[in-house]
Design a protein around this ligand. Structure first.
Ligand code: HGA
Length: 609
């Protein structure tokens, strides 16, 4: 969260900063600001709200310069106000920050005692003053930054400019992502490559503890001990088109409709191989996977629900005990380690802080068998893992995850089948059945997408509601959880999900004519049980909205509305049943007029605690 961009060039960098911030807006959209060094002075413009508001103000004030930094904020410390917006400035030092400074209170007290006056409530402002303080003895911006970060506890990605040094940006990274973009006679820093892709594809990822100096001529990087460091250059394959909206109204809508393609790309390696196998998970995977005794999945939010589906698959198909835990909980409890346990982390961005910290904790407990399921190549979590399976969803910009979720499910299913095969539990007939199911999956997902007009009609009935209940059983229970999460995230309707069998143990008390009850009811072995649970709802006057398969044996009746997905697709059914709940959330949000791609209070990649 929070997006950082910086540029140094012999052209006006203000349009570069603004375009970069627009692309980073998914990381935070509470406020935006830029600071430029122009004719030996720092000029700054900040606005609460969207980048476009700040852009208008910068235009009106005639901002133009060859050096500057910019920021889009997701507030952690201090309200959403202009004074709390970044960049923060101290005596001509201007900086932007992503992260949280944990010892900011001690540093603030110390700096106030030295006469520094604070204008904001942020943790970030202490860094600006600390650098200014160290400028007095170091006399050099890079050294001042290095001394300042040595006194910080917490996480940061920082980009800093100073009126005293108009020919460089200095930056630092610890716990939050930061990369350097290499252009022709111009260079950049950014939280992610989308911010600078219009200028260059050549990037260097900074490592934990690195500091760097970026000038027009080049880059010098230093490791945590202050020694010169060489970091590999990469050529990004992010396409500009994947970052554009195209004919769609929202990125979420685009990303929902991209799922057949995203799933097809994600299974390509399996299809090319024509078999499940350890090699799909990277070099040395056989050794890591073959003696695995159990699986521990760690993730947050939607990724946690993907892990919850995988638990059913891994236990049923591979016969391995599997537990799934919210990363932010796991990292703070005394967990029992087992070196033969496979630790699977799931993160769309690969930079989710809680998931990263949970992974570090698992490793510190001696769990070296680690696998990351991730959508962003070269991001922090895959780099910290022994094995990786990259989902190939393409850039996901809508804050509410859609195609990342379904492609994570595909990757996790591939893992379950592979573990089964390595353990001698997958017959040749089953393997070809599963491969066939995967091959047909993009088509089944497309069929589910074709239900959109029917779902739009339901959404109009959901829009005036304040609450909704989602029910599912077995492997479809996590899909009910995901449906409820999508609805609350983007439409702000309070939604809860329950395993349908749990209804009578409490939540049935909530059911009345005003409470829509969404049921995921595929034509599987639990259908008859789910039908009984639906009767329990109807008997109390609840209105049911049921997603079932083409071939299931029940239909509409009074108070029971039914939409049929294609014929039951077997083991991959949770993936197909995800589509209608995504569409329901999207169209309900549209009907309520919320900001679908940027729901209030949220941001896309959660890089803070
Ligand atoms: N702590 C800083 C930066 C916030 C951030 O990185 N959010 O993801 C602030 O509150 O401004």
């Amino acid at each position: 969260m929070c997006g950082i961009v910086g540029a140094i060039a012999d052209r006006d960098v203000v349009p570069v900063l603004i375009e970069g911030l627009k692309r980073l807006e998914y990381r935070g959209y509470d406020s935006a600001g830029i600071a430029v060094v122009d004719a030996g002075r720092v000029r700054r413009v900040r606005r609460t709200g969207r980048v476009s508001e700040m852009e208008a103000a910068a235009g009106a004030e005639g901002f133009s310069a060859q050096l500057g930094v910019g920021h889009t904020r997701w507030a952690t410390h201090g309200g959403v106000t202009e004074l709390n917006a970044h960049p923060h400035v101290s005596h001509g030092v201007a900086l932007v920050h992503n992260g949280i400074i944990e010892n900011h209170e001690q540093q603030r007290a110390r700096l106030e005692a030295l006469g520094y006056v604070f204008e904001s409530q942020t943790d970030t402002e202490v860094i600006a003053h600390l650098i200014d303080l160290h400028m007095k003895d170091a006399g050099d911006l890079l050294q001042a930054l290095q001394r300042a970060v040595a006194e910080l506890e917490g996480a940061y990605a920082l980009a800093v400019v100073s009126h005293a040094e108009p020919r460089r940006i200095v930056c630092a990274r610890m716990g939050c992502p930061l990369l350097i973009g290499l252009g022709e006679g111009e260079n950049f820093v950014a939280s992610d490559v989308s911010a600078i892709i219009q200028a260059t594809r050549r990037v260097i990822f900074l490592e934990e503890g690195d500091t760097a100096e970026v000038t027009r001529a080049g880059v010098r990087i230093f490791d945590q001990r202050g020694a010169r460091a060489e970091r590999e250059e990469h050529l990004s394959d992010v396409s500009l088109a994947s970052l554009e909206l195209g004919p769609y109204r929202h990125f979420m809508q685009k990303e929902i409709h991209e799922q057949p393609r995203a799933i097809g790309d994600t299974i390509e390696a399996v299809m090319d191989e024509g078999a499940f196998g350890a090699a799909l998970f990277g070099a040395g995977a056989e050794q890591v996977l073959e003696e695995v005794e159990s699986v521990q999945i760690l993730a947050c939010g939607t990724s946690y629900y993907a892990g919850s589906v995988a638990r059913y698959w891994i236990e049923a198909i591979a016969g391995l005990p599997c537990s799934v835990e919210i990363a932010s909980e796991y990292r703070y409890r005394a967990a029992v380690a087992n070196p033969k346990q496979l630790v699977v982390t799931i993160s769309q961005s690969g930079e989710t802080l809680d998931t990263m910290e949970a992974l570090k904790y698992a490793k510190a407990l001696g769990q070296e068998r680690t696998l990351s399921i991730c959508n962003v190549p070269e991001s922090a979590i895959p780099r910290a893992s022994r094995l990786v399976y990259y989902t190939r969803a393409g850039a996901e910009i809508g804050v509410a995850s859609t195609k990342a979720f379904t492609t994570q499910l595909v990757a996790l299913f591939t893992l379950a089948a592979t573990l089964a095969k390595l353990r001698g539990r997958l017959t040749a007939a089953q393997e070809s059945e599963y491969l066939d199911a995967l091959r047909h999956l993009p088509g089944s997902v497309q069929h589910a997408l074709n239900l959109e007009p029917q779902i739009v009609a339901w959404a109009d009935r959901f829009a005036p509601k304040h609450n909704a209940l989602f029910l599912g059983r077995g492997v479809h229970y996590p899909i009910a959880l995901e449906g409820a999460l999508k609805l609350k995230e983007i439409s702000y309707i309070h939604a809860e999900a329950y395993p349908a069998g749990e209804l009578k143990h409490g939540p049935l008390a909530l059911v009345d004519a005003d409470m829509p009850v969404v049921v995921i009811a595929p034509n599987d072995s639990l259908l008859e049980k789910v039908k009984s649970n639906m009767q329990e709802v109807r008997a109390r006057g609840g209105e049911l909205f049921v997603f079932t398969d083409q071939d299931s044996n029940f239909g509409e009746s009074e108070g029971v509305h039914v939409i049929r997905t294609p014929r039951h697709v077997g083991v991959l059914s949770p993936i197909v049943h995800t589509i209608p709940v995504q569409l329901l959330a999207y169209h309900t949000a549209l009907a309520r007029g919320t900001d679908v791609d940027k729901p209030r209070n949220l941001a896309k990649s959660v890089t803070v605690e």
